[in-house]
Design a protein around this ligand. Sequence first.
Ligand code: SAH
Ligand code: SF4
Length: 334
Amino acid sequence: MNLGELTEEFTKLGLPAYRARQVFKWLHKLNVNSFSLMSDLPAILRKNLEENYNITSLSIEKKLKSEYDSTIKYLFRLNDGEFIESVLMEYLHGYSICISTQVGCRMGCTFCATGLGGLSRNLSPAEMLAQVQTAAEDTGHRISNIVLMGMGEPLDNFDNVLRFLELVSCEEGLNIGMRHISLSTCGLVDKIEELIPKSPQFTLSVSLHAPNDALRLQTMPINRKWNVDTLLKTCRRYAKSTGRRISFEYAMIKGFNDSDQCAHELGRKLKGMLCHVNLIPVNTVKNSGYNKSTAERQRQFCSVLKGYGITATIRRTLGSDINASCGQLRGSLN
Ligand code: SAH
Ligand code: SF4
């Protein structure tokens, strides 16, 4: 519930609006998981809430700390026994958390550990929020950035994700500004279109991973529904209309999508768009047969793109010793 809905709920119970604000503060700012600990509420109200309402929480099933950097990977257990992953990373500007939006994913990208097992279910807004809160509570760190790049396709859980973004960015809550949030999608064009009139202030990342249909179809089944040209056309409209730069994700797979020819094709297609390209050395997933491009290939690809006036960077790899990329830890349970 957002504060307005909680206030409405409390009004129905005959309670004043300030009680809703108190409870909201306990839940969102003070990170309390039990009504019994909300010490400024009358005992009878605490008992009533305890009996009739449920606070969503997660338990830490496994926690891995990188020995190379301060990255922490969590395997969280949900109330129904499902598992999801989140990764906490330290950057110069503070702590950033990568959260999951679904248990599994139904998009079936062939290089992705999450996609291997299909979709179990959507996460609720509270389960997304609880990932941020549990990691903050566990480490004592203030988390300033969020990326929706963990397990799942955020735009396939559209309403819950938008509700989560509202809760996490509201002033009475964690108050993490939209400009400190990134959302990554494999390219659900209908949902990107739906976002345009809302003019979101978060950063939209689009997982492109190939410059043309022939290659993209081999790794990303979503390309059958919306091809590269359709996706890029919508991205151009999005960038133009929102004034926000789109970040294209491009996982470099040795001998597959990392040639100079691919870089030129990508450069020609993205030229003039308000965008950035993030080159990611692909993480090898068991039995996928995909290998990372060499560092030299990455640099060369990057410089071809720059020739088209496109800003491109090679993503720094964090937590490589702890299976920190999406779906890898949950996959290792099986
Ligand atoms: N479903 C969304 C967000 C979650 S995946 C999406 O696909 O964008 C987050 C990012 O990790 C995506 O860019 C995805 O393509 C990438 N990814 C998945 N598996 C990967 C792997 N094995 N190596 C490198 N990147 C990977
Ligand atoms: Fe789903 Fe994203 Fe993995 Fe594709 S890369 S299967 S969309 S989580």
